[in-house]
Design a protein around this ligand. Sequence first.
Ligand code: UDX
Length: 436
Amino acid sequence: MQKVKMVKIAVIGTGYVGLVSGTCLAEIGHQVVCCDNDSQKIMTLKEGKIPIYEPGLEEMIRHNVMMKRLSFTTSIEEATKESLVIFIAVGTPPKENGEADLSYVEAVSREIGQAMDGYRVIVEKSTVPVKTGQWIKRTIEADNIHSHPFDVVSNPEFLREGSAIEDFMYPDRVVLGVESERAKQIMVEVYEPLNAPLVITSLESAELIKHASNSFLSLKISFINAISRICELVGADVEVVAKGMGLDKRIGPDFLRAGCGYGGFCFPKDLLAFIKIAEEVGYDFKLLKEVQEINEAQKMAVVRKTEELLWNLNNKTIGILGLAFKPNTDDMREAPSITIIKGLQSEGVKIKAYDPVAMPRAKEVLEDVIYGNDPYEVAEGSDCLILLTEWPQFKDLDLLKIKELLSRPNIVDGRNIYQPEEMRKLGFNYKSIGRP
Ligand code: UDX
């Protein structure tokens, strides 16, 4: 990685995206100030602690603060005055009707407009509906009373929680929606150290690339999940089907893992927002509605499989292994575990659960759950174990010990981490996703 030219950058919003992007931009040699209106959060960050769980991030923040490339502030005015490029990375939570709530983006754009004292590049990093860039432009124009020149750029992120640093540092592509040569050159300088393929296009195309990519990935997951149901009906093995499909270079092997459904803060929210955007511009995106339905059905299929093993669910005790929406994160947002646990509880099931890092977060969203200190505590006395997150440590469990501890040897594997043949040899009644 070769440093080309240092750019002064502000990142507004220190959630997952803002904090990872700001820190990585400092790591590749830029001067970065991260800004948030949550003073508690900024204080925590100044003390060298991070409010989220992201492997490698804390060390990287400390290193860049020490190198004096990274600082924190609560003042958008200060951040705007100090920087040439300003990334907007504030939240765009879903409103009740599924549309993205853009009021934070608007408020920040206003403040930037008021604080600007010369040319600035304002970059939308938050996931936003197409045309938001134009709204940001209009908003800044209205508050930019001294008519300082500026450009708006769309630079969508494709960071996965748990591997966000690697995704930032080694991206498959960097998408830049730009409207002027001046902004293009500055943004190329910002990303030059990454040496990544650049897709330089219009604001609108860049905005669409983000929504189209996330929707397509959700579609791929729902597709293989639908195939898993057919596999169950005809006695085929979805793992082999996915392998056979994925070796075709046009399809590719990624995001073809059948399981208990996708979750997280991005896929469900972005899919809903994209369906809304399409509706607004006059297209009924039925395909994506089906993707959502398959995902919901996939979660409930886990409840049905458990019922097939236990006959009646009422008054049974079930141990849950894994609560986070995927491994290596404590994020519980839209985790399939929530729907599945609530579904089981509504049938009268008592729930015990263990997750290596997500239990504190789970306590905020789940009720009446007994948490264990390890998988064995959760197995003890349970009528069935259900695995919902494929944490690597669950692959190395002492399964014979688990079998002894369970009151009945039942396992539903929602992520296909164990082998059916081996589980049967060990004496389990074992059900997984789309395998005979
Ligand atoms: C996703 C996108 O990958 C990223 O580009 C975007 O910026 C944000 O949303 P993230 O939500 O962190 O990232 O997680 P990801 O690793 O993509 O997984 C999303 C969900 O899909 C998880 O619940 C995961 O378990 C599930 N999944 C993923 C599957 O069920 N099967 C797969 O084959 C892949």
